[in-house]
Design a protein around this ligand. Structure first.
Ligand code: ZN
Ligand code: ZN
Length: 335
């Protein structure tokens, strides 16, 4: 067993999945194993916390962050990176407990032509008469920033700023690169996080291409961990499942597309993400099995999954709360 003391391990690069479902939440007995909340991934880099997308998984994460802030006696300082502004990636914000704390700081970054444009879209999501509290009435100090594909975001100490693409940064600096994909309605950003020689790529809501998405493969090259859209089975995508329409062109990938991208990019570990809301636990488990036959270090994201990005070839699983997943030797140690 690996024991990690979170309170003192300032070198940790830990990833926790709070929402793994695409499109809309799917509570119920058929989704207990993998979970029903929409997209939200927490990344802890030393003492920093970054959040990738703000689907309904953001709601339980918010409660946990408030608990941690109380325990540590420290105000929250959070960066939220939005891949795009579809509901399943933003609908947790009105219920995000830290947003109601006057001493919390939220930096909400995402696509858009201006910071005002980004905040206007989010404001519209929670305006009267659809929600009682407006975005700007929430007490936390909020900063909005629209990012462009050419931007490189760096986090240094308490600062977040844009850097030149080849600007040298210190080892303690977190560097975030952006890839704009057109393979999703309205476009979507993939993010590459780099810190202390380790890297994670988050590429949700993107459809693969014949012969793999070469730009995304180059962007993801050599990453320790790739989190990739894998919404559909191949048969579903092709319209070969009776009663289900083909989903080609919807802007989401098959399990095979995710695996082929992972192989082309030479990543160490692949996490299948954004499960179709119509897929029950058995369907997601079947997708995971298919993926492993093609890319052995693949696993399907589930709520509560934690991974430590511990350098190439040493990606470790920290916590598997569900018995069946824990039984897999794939998950318990590096190759
Ligand atoms: Zn989505
Ligand atoms: Zn989307």
């Amino acid at each position: 067993m690996i024991f990690i003391n979170y309170a003192t391990n300032l070198d940790r690069f830990a990833v926790k999945f709070w929402g793994v479902r695409g499109s809309h939440p799917t509570p119920g007995p058929q989704t207990v194993r993998f979970g029903g909340n929409t997209a939200c991934v927490e990344v802890r880099l030393g003492e920093r916390t970054l959040i990738l997308d703000a689907g309904t998984g953001l709601i339980p994460l918010g409660r946990e962050l408030v608990r941690r802030a109380r325990r540590d006696g420290k105000p929250l300082d959070l960066v939220i990176l939005l891949s795009h502004l579809h509901h399943d990636h933003t609908q947790g914000i009105p219920f995000f407990a830290p947003a109601y704390l006057p001493n919390a700081r939220l930096r909400i970054y995402g696509p858009g032509t201006s910071a005002e444009g980004l905040s206007r879209v989010l404001e519209a999501n929670q305006s009267q008469p659809t929600f009682p509290v407006g975005l700007h009435e929430m007490a936390a100090v909020k900063e909005f920033r629209s990012l462009r594909e050419t931007d490189v975001l760096v986090l240094e100490g308490e600062q977040a700023r844009l850097a030149g693409p080849d600007e040298a940064v210190g080892e303690e600096t977190v560097r975030v690169r952006i890839h704009r994909s057109y393979a999703h309605p309205g476009g979507v950003y993939a993010y590459r996080l780099e810190w202390r020689g380790r890297s994670l790529v988050y590429a949700t809501d993107t459809e693969g291409y014949v012969g793999v998405d070469r730009r995304l493969a180059a962007f993801s090259a050599g990453a320790d961990l790739l989190i990739h859209d894998a919404q559909y089975s191949e048969a579903h995508y092709r319209g070969q499942v009776p009663g289900w329409p083909a989903t080609q062109g919807y802007g989401h990938s098959t399990v095979e597309m995710a695996c082929d991208l992972a192989a082309a990019a030479g990543v160490d570990r692949l996490v299948l993400f954004h499960h179709d809301p119509a897929y029950d636990d058995a369907a997601v488990a079947a997708a995971e099995a298919q993926a492993r036959a093609r890319f052995p270090r693949a696993l399907a994201a589930f709520e509560g999954l934690e991974l430590e990005v511990d350098g190439r070839g040493r990606g470790r699983l920290l916590l598997v709360p569900r018995g069946e997943a824990a039984a897999s030797p794939l998950l318990t140690k590096g190759k």
